[in-house]
Ligand binder design. Structure first.
Ligand SMILES: Cc1ncc(COP(=O)(O)O)c(C=O)c1O
Length: 511
C-alpha cells in the first residue's frame, strides 16, 4: 500500500491573488492604420453597453494561474488519481483519453446546435448510428438520446407509460411497481410523475419476491420499473416471470440498465420481454459524470411505443440525416437541441472501438473482477454479504460492515472517512436505501487490474484491523486529506456551513 498524503494547499481563492500590473499575456496595441480604418475597439461597442468601471480581475502571470489550478486539482481524489471502486452504483469506469481528443476537436467543439442540418451531417450520423447500436445491444426498436442522465431517462420512460395508457383510454392506471433494491431513481421518477409507488421487498432467499409482485399487480398497475442486477449485484433470475405478470394485467415494463457492464452481450432487455429500457451513457459507456462532467441517458422502447419517445429523434432518409419532431403523441422535450452530444460521441467511440466481442468481454471481465474482489473482501473479519448468501454477484456487491460495527462501534460512515487517508475516494452515501445495515457497495467493472483490487482490499483490511485496536483513530479520520474533517451530512444541508474552498472551510473551522 502507498503511504498516501493528499495535497494540502492553504490556497487563497484566485480573486484574492495577483499583484498590480502583473499580466498573463501582453497584447500589442492596434496599429495606427488599423485604428484609422475601423476606429478604436471601444468605439465599436455601443455606449450603453460599455462598463463604467473596469472589472476587478486578479492580475496574474500565466505561471501563477497554472500553479493555482494545478494545486487545486491535487486537492481532489478524482477518477484519474484514484482506484474508483467504492462508489457503488455511481462508480466511474475508465474513460479512454483518446475520447477527449474527439470531443475537444474543433470539429465537435465548434458546432452549434442551431446550424443548418446540412452542415452537421457528421454529428447527426453519429447520433443515428449510436441509436442503432443501442438497439442492437438491448433489442429495443428505437432510442431517444435526449435525456441528461439516468434518472431523467427513467422519468422519460415513466412519461411514456403514462402517454401510452392515456392513448388507450386507461389513464386510471395510477400505480407503478418497483423493488426496494432497484436504484432509488426508479421510485423517485415514478413519484415525481405523480404515481403511487408500490415497493417489493426481497423474499427469504434475498431475491425480489415474486409472490409480493403477484399480490401487487392489478387493474391499476401502470408499469414496472426494475433494475437487474439490482444495486446489490443480485441478478433476478425470474425476471421474465416478473415481466409476464405485469403484462398479464396490461402494465408496461421498463428495465433500468444503467449498470449494464455485467450484461453486455450476455442478455438483452428484449429477450426478457421488456417494453422499455434505459442506459446511462456516462459511466457504463465511458464518460465520467456527477461533479466530474455532464451525463447523458438513452431511453429505448419497442416499436409500439416509439411514437411516444422524447422529441426529437434522429432519422436517415437514405441520403441525409435529420432531426424528427415526434409529433403530438411524443412526451415532448427532455432537453434542448441534440441531448448531450459530447457524451454520445464518447459512447459511439466506446462501442466502435470494442465491437460486439469486445463488449461481451467487458461483461465477462466486470463479473470476474467483481467476484474476485468479493472473495477477497469476505476474507476480512467483520464484513458480510447479506441477501442471497453464497450466490454469485454480477458486477457489484452490497456488503455490510454491521458485524464490525457491533464488535467495535466502527461503522460504514467512519470507514468512508478513513479510506480517504489511504488515497481512495469513496462516498458510501450512494448505497441507499440502508435496508442492509452499514452498507458498502464496491463495483470494479472492467477497469481495474488484480493489483489495483488487491491494494483496494488491503486498505479495507487495514481499517478493519485499526477498528479493533484503535477505533478512535478510524472515527476521527481523515488525517491525510485536504480537509481535516469531512463535512458531515448535516453540513451538506446547512447553507451556513457550506465551504466551497479550503480557505472558507478553515475560517469556519477556526471560528
Ligand atoms: C442502476 C442505476 N439506475 C439509475 C441511476 C441514475 O443515474 P443518474 O445518476 O445519471 O441519474 C444510477 C446511477 O448511476 C444507477 O446506478
Amino acid at each position: 500500500m502507498r503511504n498516501f498524503q493528499q495535497a494540502r494547499w492553504d490556497e487563497p481563492i484566485i480573486m484574492e491573488m495577483g499583484s498590480e500590473g502583473e499580466r498573463g499575456v501582453l497584447m500589442p496595441l492596434a496599429e495606427e492604420r488599423v485604428t484609422d480604418a475601423v476606429g478604436s475597439a471601444q468605439s465599436l461597442i455601443p455606449a450603453a453597453m460599455r462598463r463604467k468601471n473596469a472589472p476587478k480581475l486578479p492580475q496574474m502571470s500565466q505561471m501563477q494561474v497554472l500553479r493555482h489550478f494545478l494545486r487545486l486539482s491535487q486537492e481532489t481524489i478524482g477518477t484519474d488519481i484514484n482506484i474508483d471502486i467504492g462508489l457503488g452504483t455511481c462508480t466511474m469506469k475508465y474513460s479512454p483519453k483518446v475520447h477527449e481528443q474527439f470531443v475537444r476537436s474543433p470539429k465537435m467543439s465548434e458546432l452549434h446546435p442551431l446550424q443548418d442540418e446540412s452542415t452537421v451531417q457528421g454529428i447527426l450520423q453519429i447520433l443515428y448510428e449510436t441509436d442503432n447500436y443501442l438497439q442492437e445491444i438491448s433489442g429495443m426498436d428505437k432510442f431517444s438520446l435526449q435525456p441528461s442522465g439516468g434518472t431523467q431517462a427513467i422519468y422519460g420512460n415513466v412519461a411514456v407509460i403514462r402517454a401510452y395508457h392515456k392513448a388507450n383510454g386507461e389513464d386510471y392506471r395510477d400505480e407503478i411497481i418497483t423493488t426496494i433494491l432497484s436504484h432509488p431513481g426508479n421510485a423517485a421518477a415514478a413519484s415525481t410523475a405523480g404515481y403511487k409507488v408500490i415497493t417489493i421487498y426481497p423474499d427469504k432467499d434475498g431475491y425480489p419476491d415474486i409472490e409480493a409482485l403477484r399480490a401487487a399487480v392489478g387493474p391499476k398497475t401502470a408499469g414496472l420499473l426494475i433494475t437487474n442486477p439490482e444495486d446489490t449485484g443480485i441478478y433476478n433470475f425470474r425476471i421474465k416471470e416478473f415481466v409476464n405478470l405485469v403484462h398479464s394485467v396490461g402494465g408496461l415494463c421498463s428495465y433500468d440498465q444503467a449498470n449494464v457492464n455485467g450484461v453486455f452481450g450476455l442478455a438483452r432487455a428484449k429477450e426478457a420481454g421488456f417494453d422499455m429500457c434505459h442506459f446511462n451513457l456516462h459511466k457504463s459507456f465511458s464518460s465520467p459524470h456527477g461533479c466530474q462532467g455532464p451525463a447523458a441517458g438513452a431511453q429505448g422502447v419497442v416499436a409500439k411505443l416509439a411514437p411516444f419517445l422524447a422529441t426529437p429523434t434522429v432519422e436517415f432518409d437514405g441520403e441525409k440525416y435529420y432531426l424528427q419532431d415526434n409529433g403530438e403523441q411524443s412526451i415532448g422535450k427532455l432537453r434542448k437541441f441534440w441531448g448531450v452530444p459530447q457524451v454520445i460521441l464518447r459512447t459511439y467511440a466506446y462501442i466502435r472501438s470494442l465491437g460486439p466481442e469486445g463488449m461481451k468481454k467487458i461483461a465477462e471481465l466486470s463479473i470476474l473482477n467483481n467476484n474476485y474482489l468479493l472473495k477477497k473482501m469476505l476474507e476480512i473479519e467483520g464484513i458480510e454479504l447479506p441477501l442471497a448468501p453464497g450466490k454469485r454477484r454480477l458486477e457489484q456487491a452490497r456488503l455490510s460492515w454491521n458485524k464490525l460495527y457491533e464488535q467495535t462501534g466502527v461503522g460504514t460512515d467512519d470507514i468512508d472517512r478513513r479510506i480517504v487517508d489511504y488515497g481512495f475516494q469513496c462516498f458510501f452515501a450512494s448505497h441507499h436505501p440502508r435496508l442492509i445495515p452499514e452498507p458498502f457497495t464496491p463495483e470494479p467493472v472492467e477497469t481495474y487490474s488484480k493489483a489495483d483490487i488487491d491494494e483496494f482490499v488491503a486498505a479495507f483490511a487495514s481499517i478493519a484491523d485499526e477498528a479493533r485496536h484503535n477505533p478512535e483513530l478510524v472515527k476521527n479520520a481523515p488525517y491525510k486529506a485536504a480537509l481535516a474533517t469531512q463535512i458531515d451530512g448535516e453540513g451538506l444541508t446547512d447553507p451556513k456551513r457550506f465551504a466551497t474552498t479550503w480557505r472558507a472551510f478553515k475560517k469556519y473551522v477556526d471560528k
